[in-house]
Design a protein around this ligand. Structure first.
Ligand code: PLP
Length: 305
């Protein structure tokens, strides 16, 4: 159908209000458009909201997943366990580093990766499995208690793909905060948006330090830090590795800040709509409604035909 006609149902229209408009105007008029105090403020807001030690504002969740794996030292020939039922970004970031996905099948009940099969893979697999990337698909919480147990038994780190999971409560805590690192997406169609954007959260000093350097060209001091430096000596910086260009500009962060303030309101609304859908789809036996869970973020509503 023609997407410009009224009959077309958009996949996800962002809910943007005066708050977003006002903050973006402030940034435009401030003279500072790239990563600065708005990005910093968004990071602080995520730290507070999720109760984590570090949050890094990025230009996408894909970047965040890439940085997390890079910081864990994953490279050529390594394997990462993940779900075959996800968006391509979860997989491609392993390939960026020369690593390979090792697909572990999903549970019927949740459509999420099956923790028992992860255990089996880690026990029996000869290939070097260096990381587990659970995906909270559609916002349905993964069984993080079981996944964490397995990960600890085999000393394999966890990077949560929490792109759909703001906010989502698992049986081991908030999605994105249970593993060694977690990554949220602020893409235009996700639960909150900054236009394009991502947030890497971690409680690991090492991951945070490495990802901070690598998100901006491998430079050991960011631009905002250098700008605020008081003496010329502190303007200097070193390039310690060939990094990436993954920082979030303040223009995007302004939108994200206004959106994060509404995240719980959005979540409540999504939950109400999901409840309505569940009630009505249950009346039709040609469709199987999605699995329910109290911690669901209801990013998507997956119907099985
Ligand atoms: C959207 C999405 C991503 C990537 O998010 P971007 O911010 O667009 O890079 C990663 N994983 C899943 C499951 C997603 O749906």
């Amino acid at each position: 159908m023609n997407p410009t006609t009224r009959e077309y149902i958009p996949f996800a229209r962002p809910v943007i209000g005066k708050e977003e408009e006002n903050l973006v105007l402030k940034v435009l008029r401030s003279g500072w458009l790239t990563t600065g105090k708005y990005a910093l403020s968004l990071e602080k807001s995520f730290i507070k909201y999720l109760n984590v030690s570090h949050a890094l504002a990025l230009n996408s969740a894909t970047s965040g997943l890439h940085l997390a794996l890079e910081a864990l030292g994953i490279g050529n020939g390594d394997h990462v366990v993940t779900s075959p039922y996800t968006f391509t970004a979860t997989i491609e970031i392993a390939r960026y580093l020369g690593a390979h996905p090792f697909f572990v099948d999903i549970e019927d009940s949740s459509f999420n990766i099956d923790p028992n099969l992860i255990e089996e893979a880690l026990k029996n697999e000869h290939r070097k499995i260096r990381c587990i990337i659970p995906v909270h698909l559609a916002g349905h919480p993964c069984d993080m208690t079981a996944i964490k147990d397995t990960a600890q038994n085999h000393q394999v780190p966890i990077v949560e793909d929490a792109a759909h999971a703001l906010p989502c409560t698992t049986n081991a805590g908030l999605a994105g905060t249970v593993g060694d690192a977690g990554v949220f997406s602020l893409y235009a169609t996700k639960n909150i948006t900054s236009g394009e954007g991502g947030m890497l959260v971690t409680s690991s000093e090492e991951i945070a330090a490495r990802a901070t350097t690598m998100r901006l060209h491998g430079i050991d001091r960011d631009v905002w830090g250098r700008y605020q430096a008081v003496s010329p000596a502190t303007w200097e910086y070193d390039i310690v590795a060939p990094g990436y260009k993954y920082n979030m500009p303040d223009l995007a962060a302004a939108v994200g800040l206004a959106q994060l303030k509404k995240v719980d309101v959005f979540h409540l609304r999504r939950t109400q709509i999901a409840e309505k859908y569940l009630k009505h789809f249950k009346e039709h036996d040609f469709l199987v409604p999605p699995p329910e869970s109290p911690g669901h973020s209801w990013h998507l509503f997956l119907l099985l035909e």
